[in-house]
Design a binder for this molecule. Sequence first.
Ligand code: SAH
Length: 365
Amino acid sequence: MTVMSLLAAGQFYRYNMTDLIEALHKNKDLPDAELKTIIENGECEQKLFETADSVRRSYYGTDVYIRGLIEFTNYCKNNCYYCGIRRDNQKVERYRLGKEEILSCCKQGYALGFRTFVLQGGEDAAFSDELICGIVSEIKKLYPECAVTLSLGEKSCGSYQSYFNAGANRYLLRHETANTEHYRALHPDSMSLESRKQCLWNLKKIGYEVGSGFMVGSPSQTTECLIEDLRFLQELQPDMIGIGPYIAHQNTPFRDQKNGDLHLCLRLIAILRLMFPDILLPATTALGTIDVQGRELGLTAGANVLMPNLSPVNVRKQYELYDNKICIYEGAAQCRSCLENKVEAMGYHIVTNIGNRKTKKIYVN
Ligand code: SAH
């Protein structure tokens, strides 16, 4: 067939997309213009997802790692325009879990097969470094073979170091967006992209396994912003990349902004798998919130981690970062078995080791 007849048949474009996907697969990178085409174009999604899934299977087989998420405080000193637990949301009832409550979440989680506990919260001064260190070291004492992940926002290098010394292994801190102006549009002046990035570099230097990431479809985000996110992640080389769609929360200044798009999010998951073949890539709760099948689709597009909720059911509704967050009425055991069914139905399997990049199995080289 000639180029003209391919064009006439509308196939030239598709042929080109396939080449782009193959080039991304092979080189683990593409120039900005080509990345833009893949990000924006839904036409060859199936091919993109299949390629990402084959890469995921070559590193992790059908294994899905699970992390037990404990949302231990919804107090926050920050005022991010998108977030439901921002300081100025006076409609949310605030809560803090005590050390014993956190430990009881771990106990329940351990019995359910969780070997990683993620302590996530707003930036809450009531949790002093001493208190955090006490909680971390107690979890490590009770469950020495488990990994403790913290996600408490921006802290000083000294604080990060003290949590690490107390036994914390991993830290999750999404950069949210790597474009300075976009960062400004999402956050008040008291916050800056520069300090967010500095925190990530500090965490790496200390020796944490670091997770970063960004929201997809947040207000005023452009494809160029997304490309900057990918470039920043190439620089940072984190162990985990968490992305999820932006979802409006009714009590934030962004209440009327439109939600992120499921398919754009799935394409980015697949692109991340191709750019960072052995990365830990969660199919997030936000993805499961914009679409009932969101997390399952995330797995088939290259994701290999799930982070079900272990928080006590009575506080879950209050950790509502965005409207209609899923899994706020189910207990931990229910969440675990519901996810197990979904994962098995897609042909993957939940595994209960601590699951990091060092424990991955190489199925094919
Ligand atoms: N205080 C911690 C934890 C933040 S909550 C920190 O600063 O890292 C975890 C993540 O939820 C955030 O990093 C953000 O990317 C995401 N999030 C917050 N509000 C959201 C919204 N409205 N829609 C989608 N994701 C949101």
